[in-house]
Design a protein. Structure first.
Length: 333
């Protein structure tokens, strides 16, 4: 692959102020209470990221010498531990992060070097089989990374409030979406700060400091829908631990996406039942809202088998499993 930084003359910035979109109100007609099955594990880790690939649930743990853990599904039995922290060949120099790749049988992992994305096939008993590697043209503060159709790299720069699209095969930057920033240096407290999730057709942007989700067409960059609760939220107080927080994690499925939201709205709570998982389609229609007895701060969705697999630091010796098809009850209005 060429290692050349190229920007086409046709490069354009997509403004978030486009008003040609649908507005949706967050009103759920049904609710499901999910009860966690706790599966005890013997491995010692501190998960930073989780993902599902094929019949495996995979954990990335930066603070352990072995950094990648593979569990079989649906049993959550440990199959494999791999990815050694270090500077040597095939060791992980940075912290590993997954590049979500919906619909793909391959697992993409960033972090072996700051400019490398490795492509793996999951073999027998969760063994990682290297089948490819991409070298990026420059390092950026990559977050919320996705690889679509083995070629399109979509990622978020939280300090810049920017989503970028990059062609891995031609080494070209394509386009980007930018959100407005306040005029201060504390980027975490930008009122438009958020998270992204991407599938083959859509980019979903959930806001941290307000109850709002924006949906964009992946290929055109046009805003399709804005979902809100209709309330006006104050800008976060810079440096404060008492700011209102809303969406804290998000996952893009095939026909719907899943957004984890705080129930009480403040980041000082450590109560694990204080989260809601809200599900929408890509037109912005609310589908269902989940509540939990034990909420997974990190989670992956198995849509085919209607399962959620997750982890909570409050139950550090366990993985969590939920069946989504149980206990549907109407929301009391």
């Amino acid at each position: 692959m060429k290692n050349i930084f190229v920007i086409y003359a046709s490069f354009f910035l997509l403004s978030c102020t486009n008003t040609n979109h649908i507005n949706r109100k967050i009103v759920f007609e049904e609710e499901k209470m999910l009860v966690a099955e706790q599966i005890r594990v013997n491995e010692i880790f501190s998960p930073d990221f989780v993902t599902k690939k094929e019949n495996c649930f995979i954990i990335a743990s930066n603070r352990s010498d072995t950094m990648l853990y593979v569990y079989s599904l649906p049993s959550l039995t440990c199959w494999n531990r791999t990815g050694t922290k270090g500077q040597g060949p095939e060791e992980i120099q940075f912290f590993p992060m997954f590049c979500e790749s919906p619909g793909s049988k391959y697992l993409y992992v960033w972090g072996y070097t700051p400019l490398t994305i490795k492509k793996f096939k999951i073999g027998d008993k969760g063994k990682f089989v290297t089948v490819g590697e991409y070298q990026l043209s420059q390092y950026e503060a990559f977050n919320c990374m996705h690889v679509i159709d083995d070629s399109l790299f979509v990622y978020y720069l939280p300090d810049e409030l920017t989503v970028k699209k990059y062609n891995l095969k031609t080494d070209e930057y394509l386009d980007e979406i930018k959100w407005e920033k306040e005029d201060h240096a504390e980027s975490y407290y930008y009122s438009n700060r958020g998270l992204i999730a991407v599938n083959k057709s859509n980019i979903v942007y959930s806001y941290i400091f307000k109850k709002q989700i924006d949906i964009y067409d992946l290929h055109t960059g046009q805003k399709k829908a804005v979902i809100t609760d209709g309330k006006k939220y104050p800008k976060p107080n810079v440096g404060s631990r008492d700011n209102l927080t809303c969406y804290v994690n998000i996952y893009a499925g095939t026909d719907r996406f899943y957004a984890l939201s705080r129930k009480n709205g403040y980041d000082t709570s450590d109560n694990q039942d204080e989260y809601l998982l809200e599900v929408f389609d890509y037109d912005g229609n609310p589908i269902v809202r989940y509540t939990f007895d034990i909420a997974p701060f990190l989670f992956a969705i198995d849509e085919d088998n209607e399962q959620i697999y997750g982890y909570s630091s409050q139950f550090e010796d366990y993985l969590l499993r939920y069946k989504m098809s149980d206990n549907c009850v109407p929301v009391i209005k």
